[in-house]
Design a protein around this ligand. Structure first.
Ligand code: SAH
Length: 362
């Protein structure tokens, strides 16, 4: 049986067309949109503002939810990891990261990942498949409902980062559609300014992204300043080497408005890419490409049994940051969140931790 259309991934116009086919007026589409995204309902039966006959029609021809929460884990630092499954059984992970004055949700764009970065655990899953726009959005709905109750107010507002499983720019169309739907003020209303998309360096898509009228913030995972090392750490570099990547970054930079910046992420791997010389090389590379509106997020490596790398010493992390700053480059050291529950950067590999399991009631 073919899967029923998942209305969470429909734009308001698409909903209007579908409901039109069912003989319904336009305002019904707005009610359904508001129900799915504004009230974060996950079944048509709960949309009691719709006539019962319409709810039944919708139940017969569409679905309001496809993901299930398989397990969830809470870190000692308050971070929560949600391991979800698609209707066809593929893993999807989303992470809720609270800080004092804002919440961030890290979501997946694909189940698994094709890129095979050497220091990342998600690579071990391989690519399972692209997520649909509806599956991308539903992760955020599920997380917010779990944390704040169905439709509950989100007191801090929500930032989104496309930094979970997958390479967002390998699923560009669905990603951008999902972000557009989530930005709608009648729905989740998470505007592009609160959203960051991270890419390992899919160069043609960086150009495409730069041309979007309303677009989120951009982060590029760099992690090495020469091709020899980057080819090994991030095989995508063999397809789009550093000079091409940074030329795309420069083109993107030119489209930024005054005061806006973008980010390079640099995972610090002890003894591999974290020496003083590596820091100088990185600063030199930014100079060579005349990148000025960039900041560097230094991510301490999150180790895992299956990964060969080890974190840099805290002293070397600080040295690295200082050298960048001495070269006029803004650099920030990121604090890992949720390491104890496999929720931190590069740790999403659908890991089951029996000792920490809480099955969510749904
Ligand atoms: N595929 C995209 C989106 C994933 S973002 C991308 O690569 O940008 C995940 C971030 O975590 C990336 O910056 C990646 O370089 C980083 N990362 C991967 N493995 C890591 C690890 N073991 N420790 C710390 N950061 C890691």
């Amino acid at each position: 049986m073919a899967a029923l259309p998942h209305l969470t991934g429909f734009t308001r116009e698409e909903l209007a067309a579908l409901l039109g086919e069912l003989g319904e007026p336009r305002y019904r589409a707005d009610q359904v949109f508001q129900g799915l995204h504004g009230r974060r309902l996950m079944s048509f039966d709960e949309m009691t503002d719709l006539p019962k006959a319409l709810r039944e029609k919708l139940n017969a021809s569409a679905t309001a939810s496809t993901l299930t929460i398989e397990s969830k884990y809470t870190s000692t630092d308050g971070t929560r990891r949600f391991l979800m499954r698609t209707a066809d059984g593929n893993p999807v992970e989303a992470v809720f990261i609270p800080t004092e004055n804002r919440d961030t949700i890290c979501f997946s764009s694909q189940s698994g990942c094709a890129l095979n970065c050497d220091f990342c655990l998600t690579a071990k899953l391989g690519l399972l498949r692209n997520l649909t726009a509806g599956e991308i959005i539903e992760q955020i709905v599920l997380v917010l409902n779990d944390v704040y109750g169905v439709g509950g107010e989100t007191p801090h507002g929500t930032n989104l980062v496309a930094m979970g499983e997958g390479e967002p720019f390998m699923n560009f169309k669905n990603l951008i559609k999902a972000l557009d739907i989530m930005a709608d003020e009648k729905g989740l209303f998470i505007v592009p300014g609160r959203t960051t998309v991270s890419t390992a360096g899919v160069v043609p898509k960086i150009h495409e992204f730069a041309a979007l009228a309303r677009r989120p913030n951009l982060a590029i995972s760099l992690s090495a300043a020469n091709d020899e090392l980057r080819n090994k750490l991030m095989p995508i570099n063999q397809r789009w080497p550093i000079d091409e990547l940074l030329a795309a970054a420069k083109a993107f930079e030119k489209t930024l408005k005054r005061g806006e910046r973008f980010t390079f992420e640099y995972v610090l791997l002890g003894g591999v890419n974290d020496s003083d010389e590596h820091a100088e090389e990185l600063a030199g590379l930014l100079r060579k490409h005349d990148l000025r509106k960039v900041k560097i997020n230094l991510i301490p490596h999150n180790p895992a049994e299956q990964l060969e790398y080890r974190p840099s010493s805290p002293e070397q992390v600080l040295r690295f940051k200082e050298i960048l700053e001495q070269n006029g480059v803004s650099a920030y050291v990121r604090t890992p969140r949720g390491r104890d529950i496999y929720a931190a950067c590069g740790q999403l590999a659908a890991k089951q931790e029996p000792n920490l399991v809480q099955i969510a009631g749904r």
